[in-house]
Ligand binder design. Sequence first.
Ligand code: 6GU
Length: 224
Amino acid sequence: MRIDIITCLPDLFEGPLTQSIVKRSISKGLVELKIHNLRDYSSNKHLNVDDYAFGGGAGMVLMIEPIDKCISKLKAEREYDEIIYLTPDGETYNQGIANQLSLKKNFILLCGHYKGVDQRVRDHLITKEVSIGDYVLSGGELAAMVLTDSLIRLVPGVLNDETSALSDSFQDNLLAPPVYTRPSDYKGWKVPEVLTSGHEANIDSWRQEQALKQTKERRPDLLQ
Ligand code: 6GU
């Protein structure tokens, strides 16, 4: 999988995407992740990438030219399966969309900023628009990191058996069951006995029951 992220705030990506699972998937050669600074594609001497909205109001709008230049350069180098614009008015992201996208290979993620992008970017350059929930972020960068993290963990070989994505919450429309580790008794707060019984079939059915119970209590909508 290759993910190209276009942003005017490239430094934001330093932390979350250079650690842990994402870092390992890159060093194992399973994932390629490239951050592109939109400013590098500006054609004006101040390196501006935004301008005032026609008709007034609305604050600054990301201009089409630098975005088109960056996307065109990338498209000349390889085929992209999806060019995704992160925007609060996009389709709400969930595990189902993550699973579908994870079957594809090459993605461009475009991070919006300020008051959005010139509508012509959305009309002519973008293949999909995604939001990560009904609240407003200052820009698409955090959303791009959310997509990137959730997609990378679905790439075969990124997780081992123990951390398998198949046991994630949402993967079967059930929340994950509770987990415990040593000590089995802490201040009298005990671990459910079945988990220390060594009886695998009983442990499996306990986990199944608990997953269903958690889901009924917390997210009954997932069971519809
Ligand atoms: Cl993708 N972008 C912004 N700016 N805000 C959001 C979002 C995206 N998803 C939820 N809120």
